[in-house]
Each structure stands twice: as structure tokens, then as C-alpha cells.
Write a protein that binds this ligand. Sequence first.
Ligand code: ADP
Length: 495
Amino acid sequence: MAKQSVSINNIDIELPNCNLFIGGEFTPALSGATFPVEYPGSEETIAHAAYAQPEDVDRAVSAARQAFESGIWSRASAHKRGYLLSRLADLVEKHLEPLARLETLDNGKPYSSALGDIRSVAFCLRYYGQIASTIEGESLPVNDDHLCVTLREPYGVCGLIIPWNYPLLMAAWKLGPALAAGNTVILKPAEQTPLSVLKLAELSREAGLPPGVFNIVNGYGEVTGAAIASHPDIDKVAFTGSTATGKLIMQAAAQSNLKRVSLELGGKSPVILFPDAKLDTALEDVFGGIYDNQGQICCAGSRLFAHKKIKEPFVEQLTARAQSRVVGDPFEEGIEQGPLVSSEQLERVHGYVESAKQQGARLLTGGERLNRKGYFYPPTVLDQVSNSMTIAREEVFGPVLSVIEFDDHALDSIIAAANDTDYGLAAAVYTQDMDRALYIGKRLKAGVVWLNCSQKFDLVAPFGGYKQSGFGRDLGRHALHEYTQIKTLWMRAKP
Ligand code: ADP
């Protein structure tokens, strides 16, 4: 497939090579299969990407295996791996705008948000480049006749399966620690959003990553993703996506070669709002926490538990803000919300809103797609939701806030309601009573808890779930541990 460009609103966007990337070369699928890639802002097909079948996944695994066993990466010094990751980070920064354009084209997020995402990609790759050489073992106090140390070694070949909501950033969260630790990888972007990752492949060659260290197989989950999850020669699979798919991946891993698994899955995160909170700050946070990225965020604060005393004025203000949000062409300046990623996603989100109405929730704003081309769905507020309704139990992954009122009953029953969910990714509490905030914070069953703040991320801060939101952690030093295994090495110390 030759390089092409597309023109959106008179902006020419150069597309990357849309083949598979195996052993440092772009190559079509052996079968010649392709699949369409769409711009969700106009519903047009903008490219066709090579569609990896199981035999192509085999080729990618062989390339990654060969690169791993050759030692060119796994036995290189950590400094060298770190240096090459930093070079890749520099190239991402150099190509910030073309990468951000691809991200908006593929995913539909506002261009200003895409620029922020790509900056974070560069920071992430550089961070793992910098800490590659801090992967250390221990020396242990065993009997005097021996020396015993632990080594943290890479698993080998890692399959990375990523979602479409932050395509390149989710790739970086996994690529950074996996490569820093000395693994070789096969990455499968989501079928909706392969473009920015393919561009990264081009940059990885320029940065000097050895062939076979970083491979890409595009394709649909049930074929390409499933071939990764069940592959007998992949040592570890790291996944971000829905809980349902996470379960399939874990099953496939168990039934094939018991490959290691880490899963960052869905969420139904509660936000608990007390009357003594700084309500202006809380309003900003609640709003951003559910509507940023078109609501397509796994840790979105989708269940707002608002105290009866302040619920009405708070929700009124929030609804007014929702109504004034600028939804439209994501390449236009000043746009705050673009389209959802696909027609499936639009239908799914709308289906949840309809089911909530049927179950007795009150629609305050939104609730209908915009009457124009593109998968635009406005910020939606549902009031009078109860925690047992489908909308409060299942992940919507769209710009839909459910408001659940609570009264002055015992703290423990609010905590129980917040925890009454299969998920446990994140949670937030707003109250100026820090004793109360900490009491609740320590009892919430979630991998990330925000007290008087929300949606806070940092490269050094681990991110991941409790319960059916998955296990394993992205980010921070913890992520390095997800891509290494421990070898205990004994040595005789007696003549
Ligand atoms: P969504 O339903 O929002 O698309 P998924 O969890 O299905 O979310 O998708 C996240 C990633 O998982 C994508 O890259 C997708 O292709 C992949 N995927 C989907 N189904 C499977 C599967 N059965 N095995 C492996 N990967 C899959």
C-alpha cells in the first residue's frame, strides 16, 4: 500500500503506511485482506489497513522471538534501550502535529486534546527510557555458604492489545515499560484506530530500534486479537479494553500456554459529593470527568452520588454547562467535543440512555444524536437514577452522567452504594471534612481514589483496577514489574 493523504476541511493529512509492521518492514497480510478505517466526523472511509490473519500473527511472533533470542535487545545494556526509547520520544515530539492530526482523524477527539495526548506519549516513552536502568534485583541474607540474588528478567515476547480511546497513549503506556525491560512486542491497535500507531512504527525505525523488537498487527479483535491471546509462543499479554473482552483474553491465555496476563478493564466510577465541598471545583471536575474525550474514558466519573441538600442547584448548573458545550468538527478551533468513535459506539451509548429512561431516569439534557453527518452525541445528564438501573451498573463509555441522590444516612451506607458495582477502577470524594474524606477514601474498593480532585494522572503514579476492572498496573515503576519476572540465582561461596 503506497502512502496516501486525505483532505479534511482543506487540511491535507498524510496517512502512514497501513500495512502490517513485521521485523522492521511494512508488509501486507499474506491473504491480502484489508479492513476500512473511518473518520468518525464524516463517516467516510479514509484508508484500508492490512488485516492480520493468524498466519500473519505467526510471522510477527517469529520476528519478535528471533529478535528476543538474539539478545540484540534483551541483552543490550539498559542504558542503550533507554537511549533508544528517548530517541523515539524525541521523534514523537518532532512529529507532534502529524501524529495529533492522525489521532483526531481516527478517533474524532478535538485536535487540541490530541496534541495533549501526543505530548504525553513522548513524556511516557522518555520516562521509561530514563528508568530502564533502575530495574534491579536484590541480594538476600541466606546461609553463609552461599550467595543468593534475584534478577528481574524480561518475559520474552509480549502481545499488547490496546483500545481506541487514546490510541497512541495507551500504546505508549505499555510499550514504554515492556521495551525498557528488554521484551520484544507485538502490538495490536484497535481496528477503529490503527493510524497513529503505524506512524510510530515508521518513527521506531528512524530511532534505530532493531528489527523485530516492535511489531504491529492490525485487525479485528475476534481474529487478530484472539490469535495473540491464544498464541503458544507469546509469553505475556497486556490488554486495555472492556471487561468482557478481558475475560476472553484470560481464558485464551489459560487454554493456550498460560501466558502471563495483565488487564486494565472497564469502570463505573462513583463520585461522592457532600454539601460542604468546594462546589465550583467539584463542578469543573465532575464535568470534565464525564465529558472529556467524549466520555470515552474507562475511569470516567459516571455515577454522581450527590447529597440531597445541594443536588438540585449543582445539577442545574452542570446541565446548563452541558448545554453550552461546543460539540462539532474536531479539527475546528474552540471545539470541546467531537464525535464518538463509531456508529456501534453511538448506538450503544444511545441504547443505554433509552434503557435508563424506560427504567425511570429523567433526561435533563442530551439523549439524541446530533442531526448531522458524524457520530455526534451531546453531553447527556440523567437524573433520578438508582444504583440498580442498568445505566448505573454497566459501562456506557460515552458522555452520559447518571445522578443518584443520597440523604443524611450513615456514611457506611454511601460507601456501600459506591462499592456496589462489579467494577473498581477509580472513585472520587468531595468534602472539606478531611477526616470524612480519608475515612471514605480508605474504604472505597477502587485502584485509584481521588479526594477533592479527579482524573489526576502522572507517569509516576500507578493506574489500574480492583475487582472486574482488572489487575496489574500501568504507569510508574510498578509497570516495569508487569513486564519482568524474577529469577532467584544461588551461588556457592565455599572453597
Ligand atoms: P470495544 O468493545 O469498546 O471495542 P474491546 O475491549 O472489545 O472494546 O476492544 C479493545 C481491544 O481488544 C481492541 O484492540 C479489540 O480489537 C480487541 N479485542 C476485541 N475482542 C478481542 C478478542 N476476542 N481477543 C483479543 N482481543 C480482542
